[in-house]
Each structure stands twice: as C-alpha cells, then as structure tokens.
Design a binder for this molecule. Structure first.
Ligand SMILES: NC(=O)C[C@H](N)C(=O)O
Length: 325
C-alpha cells in the first residue's frame, strides 16, 4: 500500500503575515491556511499526496492543556492508520517545545512525528517557513526517523522533544538542546542522525490521555533574589494540584519561600531557572518534601507532573518519572 504523510496545521509564524516583507516582528501569526502554506512550497509536491488537518490557527502562546489533549488524540488516530507513515505538524515556535514533549509522552507509535515552524512570517524576506516545512516532511519520510520519539525540525537541525528549547527571541537558529546537542541534520532531502534520546517516549511511555478532557492543575513559580512573601503566598492560596518551584542556580529556593512551600498537600518539584544542567536531590529536600526535576526545564517539568498525577500521587513514584522521562 502507498502510504502518505499526514500534515496538521496549528498556526504560528509559519502561517503568519506582515504588512510588508521587512516586517519581522510586528506581523500577525496564524493567518494562512495549510493549503496556502503548502502552495508556497512546490518542493513538497513530490512527497505527496498528503492527508490534511487544519487543527487550529493560533499563536502558540495561546495553546491550552485542552488543545494538547485534543492534538494528542488527533495524532494518535492518524498514526493508527495503515495508510499514514508519519505526521508533520506546523506550530508556533514559542510553545513548540511543550507541545513536542507532551506528544512525546502521550502518542504511542514508532512512526515519525515531526514538528516544525518558522521564525519569519510567510512572505518575509528570507522567510524560513518553506524550507523548514520541506525539511520536516523529508525527515518524516526518512526511515531512520522511525522510533526516535517526537522530533523538532527547524533551520536544518533535528532535535528531540525532551531536550529541545527555544533559545533566542528572533533568530532563525533558535532551537537547540543544550545538554545533549542536536540529534541530527537534514541534508539533500534526508535525515542523518548522530544521537538518540535515552529517555522513555512514545511507545515506551505509560502516559495516556485517551480518556482525558483535562489534566491536574500544575503551576510554575519562578524565584528571584529579593523575592517577598506575597507571590508564593498567593500561588499556594490557589491550591494547585502540583507546583514547579523554579529556584536559582541548582534550584536553590530562598529561605522565606521555602518556609511557605514546604510539606504542603500537593507535590512540589524543584527546577532551575539557569536553562541547563541537572537539579538533583539535596538533604534539605527530604525535610521540605520537595521532588527534583532532573534536567527538565520548568515548562517541561510541569507537563511531566501533570501527566504523572494522572497515574499517582505517590511522591516516590512521581520522582522516578523525573528520572525516567
Ligand atoms: N515564531 C513563532 O512562531 C512565534 C509565534 N509568536 C508563535 O509561537 O506562534
């Protein structure tokens, strides 16, 4: 049977439009439909025909937990089909790393699932959307991409969903995986891999949102020098299901914040605002009842805790998830 790639459009700058071709920041994201984006990249034609889904057309900072659940279900339905060999999702870059990690943990498949976007709107001078879309399709069509987990493809690089993060506000070379490096490159229409993710994903993940409409409410609180009591008191008063407490350096929590947040009725995971490196357990964590984020960024630790809480409230098991995923 001839198989095809399923294309899913969600919005972002790749579907954005500015008033002129030099407008690189003041444009409107999420304007063009998937058909219009594809029409501007004739090079994608030989890799077709495709299955098309216009999932949404939003700026990715507006994505919600409900959207993630719905998107995971759409992707799962597509990869379950025998005539679909892989999925390519167009997405805004601002929250791309979160969507990628969410799908990495909730879609069960070995088929390539590739997310791409752009830093410059369609029609802008040197727009990067067309080449990124073409290369994402080429990665999804490469057999070596099977079983690699959800992949992010931009600017000629392939990154794994767990470790990738957006590192620059406007530059086209914004995505990188500071701890592990890029997994590979796209060249001459093919994906070349030099690394793989060592953490559980897709087919090895125990997380499943098939029967979920919502997820436990996990919030993020970032600490800073000179933080007063008001912010942590306000956050704790909202009684979340879990908290990612973002500390300084190795996830260090200021004394006053520690006093307000220790041994509460919901799990608290210490993470770091540094952007790279591991937060490992220290003796005071046992006293305060804190878990640690391993090397996950605060925003990805939030996703893992939301999903972890659908399985258990047992702190030891939740901690194990942070060392496994
Ligand atoms: N480059 C982009 O896609 C940024 C845009 N604000 C978005 O994330 O939707």
């Amino acid at each position: 049977m001839d198989t095809k790639i399923a294309l899913i459009a969600t919005g972002g700058t790749i579907a954005g439009q500015g008033a002129s071709d030099t407008d690189l920041t003041g444009y409107t994201p999420g304007v063009l439909g998937l058909d219009e984006i594809l029409a501007s990249v004739p090079g994608t034609k030989p890799y077709g025909p495709y299955a098309y889904t216009q999932f949404s057309n939003i700026e990715s900072s507006d994505i919600t937990v409900k959207d993630w659940i719905k998107l995971a279900k759409v992707v799962q339905r597509l990869v379950n089909r025998d005539d679909i060999s892989g999925v390519v999702i167009t997405h805004g870059t601002d929250s791309m790393e979160e969507t990628a990690y969410f799908l990495n943990l909730t879609v069960h498949t070995d088929k390539p699932v590739v997310i791409t976007g752009s830093m410059r709107p369609a029609g802008a001078i040197s727009a990067d959307g067309p080449i990124n879309l073409l290369q994402a399709i080429q990665v999804a069509r490469t057999s070596e991409s099977i079983g690699k987990g959800v992949l992010v493809v931009l600017n000629g690089y392939i990154d794994g969903a767990r470790d990738v993060s957006k590192r620059n506000t406007t530059n086209v070379a914004t995505f990188d995986s500071p701890l592990v490096g890029h997994l590979g490159i796209v060249q001459d229409g093919k994906a070349y891999y030099y690394r793989t993710s060592t953490r559980r994903h897709t087919n090895q993940s125990i997380f499943d949102v098939t029967d979920c409409e919502e997820l436990p409410r996990v919030v993020i609180l970032t600490c800073y020098g000179g933080m007063d009591d008001m912010v942590p008191l306000s956050v704790v008063a909202t009684n979340p299901d879990g908290l990612i407490l973002v500390g300084l350096g190795h996830g260090t929590i200021p004394q006053n914040v520690r006093q307000i947040t220790q041994n509460l009725s919901f799990p608290i995971v210490r993470a770091s605002r540094t952007g790279s490196g591991m937060v490992s357990a220290v003796p005071q964590d046992a006293v305060a009842g804190y878990l640690v984020s391993d090397t996950l960024s605060p925003q990805k630790a939030r996703i893992l805790l939301m999903l972890g809480l659908t399985k258990t409230k047992h702190l030891k098991t939740l901690q194990e998830y942070f060392h496994e995923y």
